[in-house]
Design a protein. Structure first.
Length: 136
């Protein structure tokens, strides 16, 4: 007499290990870091004539200018050029929301479900020897 044992395993693979998702996450992290540097440098009144500061301000100028004028900049000190630039903070929040949205869409579209079925057959002779024969 032959016995069959059927075992099925289903698992989700992939979205958390996606290279595309990782690259997009790194790109958004770099953008957020540059915007945070701008906010920090503006807050502490960094010298805008410094080459590195000029580079950061130049890179972030266009996305931040979209939100300039919504709120006025808050001057931290009358004697220095330190300001709290709300437009930069709004840009940081908006970029974070866009990153979350993009990564969420990527996660839902990349998921794969894998189903593996294994059938083990045992004949009377194998039952005596206890050695199953597998077919996938």
């Amino acid at each position: 007499m032959e016995q069959r044992v059927k075992q099925t395993e289903t698992r989700d693979i992939g979205p958390e290990y996606s290279p595309a998702k990782r690259i997009v996450g790194v790109v958004f992290a770099v953008i957020e870091t540059i915007l945070a540097l701008r906010l920090f440098f503006k807050l502490f009144g960094a010298n805008p004539d410094n080459g590195f500061i000029r580079l950061i301000y130049g890179i972030t100028k266009y996305p931040v200018n979209i939100f300039k004028g919504i709120f006025e900049e808050i001057s931290i000190s009358a004697s220095s050029n330190a300001v709290f630039e709300i437009s930069t903070l709004i840009t940081i929040i908006l970029v974070a929301l866009i990153a979350w949205l993009v990564l969420t869409v990527m996660t839902r579209s990349e998921g794969k479900r894998v189903k593996k079925t294994e059938v083990t057959e045992m004949t009377d002779q194998q039952n005596a020897n206890d050695e199953p024969r597998n077919r996938v």
